[in-house]
Every structure is written in structure tokens, then in C-alpha cells.
Design a protein around this ligand. Structure first.
Ligand code: NAD
Ligand code: DAU
Length: 353
């Protein structure tokens, strides 16, 4: 049976990929997004004439609007992607992270509780609130420490991860206190089409395509665990369909790599996929720059729970997913141009000089 899902932040990177996949599954999507610098309706261009996608520009902190959408569309689930998501911006200016990630999640959650409590018994049992979170809440690992499990204590180190940890705690409390059928997923670094080029992978691809320096923080040996965005979206769908309320599921690619490895691989793929570029070999553009303050050294996710209990596993290898990603940026110059607004240029200048 198809569902109606209230998606928040569905014009951003992961949210838009999720919305596109849910429409392929014929689930109706009501998409509430504030359209901050990170939200882009071009991400959803394929759905322009699709009556099964209802886009609403608005803020998750706007309780009246959230209430109206819940009442009007009677969703079977809420999936919360809406967030400020970039660590460097949270270091530069934490306020909006507190506002959206903590206060916004609270308002959304509390409205969802009131809506859920009024549902008829059968629909109440089926309702789900899925909160999309991050592995960064667990803090930083040493080189030999085992990967984060769902039992790893929270130890966030940046204003971004602290705000996400705080929102996770609220979601957990709403399950325990009120019984709201909520689930939390904590995922590792995503890459793929439609990612805003402030994040490592798209920043490097777009800079390399334009012959600009590829700025690597510190010694480039920080480790992240990389996952192709569609694999994340499929895990979220499974968590919605089969996950147990009150549970947390870690999602990761079992793909630990240093930043230097990532950028070298991207450059080698770009050399091959854009052989006429004036900047081959693109790795000659690599530049080491000042480190991020409080830069977490290593993240790694143990995803055995979602693999074992829900039957999920990533389909893309790092190379196959990265090829798809680079192909998408090469094939979508209109999207790339749309990103380069004054606001984006301002951020790049401020961050990289
Ligand atoms: P993104 O920055 O690309 O998109 C965020 C979206 O939220 C944007 O469309 C923005 O307009 C919207 N938004 C921001 N504030 C809002 C508000 N107050 N009300 C309504 N909409 C608002 O982020 P992303 O990378 O797609 O991440 C989505 C979610 O997944 C976030 O919660 C993030 O913490 C989590 N996550 C991201 C990654 C990753 O690697 N990108 C990994 C794990 C978890
Ligand atoms: O782990 C999941 C998290 O991954 C998500 O919760 C966040 O929303 C998402 O932004 C991402 O956080 P990171 O800080 O890991 O991602 P980012 O792309 O900003 O950086 C990845 C690594 O690359 C990190 O070690 C910092 C480094 N880096 C990043 C940028 C932007 C550079 O060396 N140079 C850069 O210019």
C-alpha cells in the first residue's frame, strides 16, 4: 500500500534524493523545506508535473504550518532531514544550528506527537517519526578503536554535532515519555548527485573542473566512512517499513578512507572521465590549508544491526558511486551554475580566502 510521507528538508542533498526515490515507490510526499542556501528546487525538477509531490516552502519551527500540513495531508510518517548540516559553518556561526536542529526538531516532534495521539488506533500503530541523524554524535575515534555501534556513548565535538546529538535526545525522550513511535538513524558521510559544493566531494570535483586549488585541511589523514546517497535512502526506507520504534540504526558504507585518498581517487576518475580538461592531472591542484578547529580524526560505523535485522547492505562500491557522482556533476552544468550565487561565493571567500 502506498503511504503519505511528510518529508522535511526535502530540497537539500539527501532529502531530495530520498523524495525522488519515494516517488518511484509511488509514496505521496509532502515536502516542507525552508529553502535556505542549501535547499534547491532544481534538485526536484523531475517532479515539476507530479501531483504526488507537494512542495511547501516553510520552517519546521513554524508550528501552525506544521499542524496544518499534518491535519490537511494526514501523513503515515514524518521523515526529518531539515537541518543546518555543514560543520565549518557551525564553527563560524552556531546560532542557526541551535535554532533549526534543536528548536526546529522540538517543534516538529511536539506537533507530530499531538497529531499521532489523535489518530484512530490502527493508524496510530502504523505511524512513524524517522529522525535522520549523523555518526558525528559519537565523537572521534583513535586509529585502532572499533567502529561506532548503537551503544557507543554520545560525545559530540562541534556545534553541528552537538545540535544533532541534542535533537536525537529529544526524539529518544519522546518515545520513552509519550510513546511516539520514533526511530533514529545515524549515518556516515554521504556523497552523490545534488550535494551542495561546500562539502568535500562536490567542492573538490567542481574546483578540479575549474582548475582551482583543492584545499585539504591539516595533513589530509582524517578518516571518514563513505556511503553513496541512494544506499542511505534505501536504508531509511527500510527503517520506515521494518524498523522498530524506539530503536536507533547505524548506517555506513564500511568504506573508511582518508581525505587524501578521497581527493586522489576523485582526481584520477576525473582525469579519465574528462580527458580533454586543461587541468589533467587534477591531483596537481591539491593544496594543504589550515586545519578545521577541533577536527574529528576518524569516524567509522558498525552497521551490522541494520544489515542483520532489516536486511540492508550498500549496493555501490566507492568507485562505482563516485563515478555516478562525477558523471552527474559533469552532465548538470545548469545546476552547477545555479549554485554559484553571491551567497555561495561569499562563503567560499570567507572560508578559503
Ligand atoms: P543539506 O544541508 O543539503 O539540506 C538541508 C535541507 O534542510 C535544505 O534543503 C534546507 O533548505 C532545509 N532546511 C534548513 N533549515 C530548515 C528549517 N528550519 N525548516 C525547513 N527546512 C530547513 O543537508 P543534507 O546533507 O541533505 O543532510 C540532511 C540530513 O541528514 C541532516 O539532518 C544531516 O544532519 C543528516 N546527515 C547528513 C549526512 C551527510 O553526509 N550529508 C550524513 C549523515 C546525516
Ligand atoms: O559524518 C556525517 C557527516 O558528514 C554529516 O553529518 C555532515 O552533515 C556532513 O557535512 C559530513 O561532515 P564532515 O565534516 O565529515 O564533511 P565535510 O565534507 O565537511 O568534510 C569531510 C572531510 O574533509 C573532513 O575531514 C574535513 C575535510 N575537508 C572538508 C572540506 C570542506 C577538507 O579537507 N577540505 C575542505 O575544503
Amino acid at each position: 500500500m502506498t503511504k503519505t510521507i511528510l518529508v522535511t528538508g526535502g530540497a537539500g542533498f539527501i532529502g531530495s534524493n530520498f523524495v525522488l526515490r519515494e516517488r518511484m515507490r509511488d509514496n505521496r510526499v509532502v515536502n516542507l523545506d525552508l529553502l535556505t542556501y542549501a535547499g534547491n528546487l532544481l534538485n526536484l525538477g523531475e517532479l515539476n508535473d507530479d501531483a504526488g509531490h507537494i512542495f511547501v516552502q516553510g520552517d519546521i519551527r513554524d508550528r501552525e504550518l506544521v499542524r496544518k500540513l499534518l491535519k490537511g495531508y494526514q501523513p503515515d510518517a514524518v521523515v526529518n532531514f531539515a537541518a543546518e548540516s555543514h560543520v565549518d559553518r557551525s564553527i563560524d556561526s552556531p546560532e542557526s544550528f541551535v535554532q533549526t536542529n534543536i528548536v526546529g526538531t522540538y517543534h516538529l516532534l511536539d506537533e507530530a506527537r499531538e497529531y499521532w495521539q489523535r489518530l484512530a488506533a490502527e493508524r496510530r500503530d502504523r505511524f512513524r517519526f524517522l529522525h535522520v541523524s549523523t555518526d558525528e554524535v559519537y565523537g572521534s575515534l583513535g586509529p585502532l578503536e572499533p567502529a561506532f555501534t548503537e551503544d557507543t556513548p554520545y560525545s559530540p565535538n562541534s556545534p553541528y554535532s552537538a545540535s544533532k546529538a541534542s535533537s536525537d535526545h529529544l526524539v529518544r525522550a519522546y518515545f520513552h515519555t509519550y510513546g511516539v513511535p520514533a526511530l533514529i538513524t545515524n549515518c556516515s558521510n554521504n556523497y552523490g548527485p545534488r550535494q551542495f559544493p561546500e562539502k568535500l566531494a562536490p567542492l573538490m570535483v567542481l574546483n578540479a573542473m575549474q582548475g582551482k586549488p583543492l584545499p585539504i585541511y591539516g595533513d589530509g589523514l582524517n578518516v571518514r566512512d563513505w556511503l553513496f546517497v541512494d544506499d542511505h535512502c534505501d536504508a531509511l526506507n527500510l527503517a520506515l517499513e521494518k524498523g522498530k520504534p524506539g530503536e536507533t540504526y547505524n548506517i555506513g558504507g564500511r568504506c573508511e578512507k582518508t581525505n587524501l585518498e578521497i581527493v586522489n581517487t576523485l582526481c584520477a576518475l576525473l582525469d579519465e572521465m574528462a580527458p580533454d580538461s586543461a587541468y589533467v592531472p587534477h591531483c596537481s591542484l591539491i593544496t594543504f590549508v589550515k586545519d578545521r578547529p577541533g577536527h574529528d580524526r576518524r569516524y567509522a560505523i558498525d552497521c551490522s544491526k541494520i544489515c542483520g535485522e532489516l536486511g540492508w547492505s550498500p549496493k555501490e562500491t566507492f568507485e562505482s558511486g563516485m563515478r555516478k557522482t562525477i558523471r552527474w556533476y559533469l552532465d548538470n552544468p545548469q545546476w552547477v551554475d545555479s549554485i554559484k550565487t553571491g551567497a555561495y561565493r561569499g562563503w567560499i571567500l570567507k572560508q578559503y580566502g
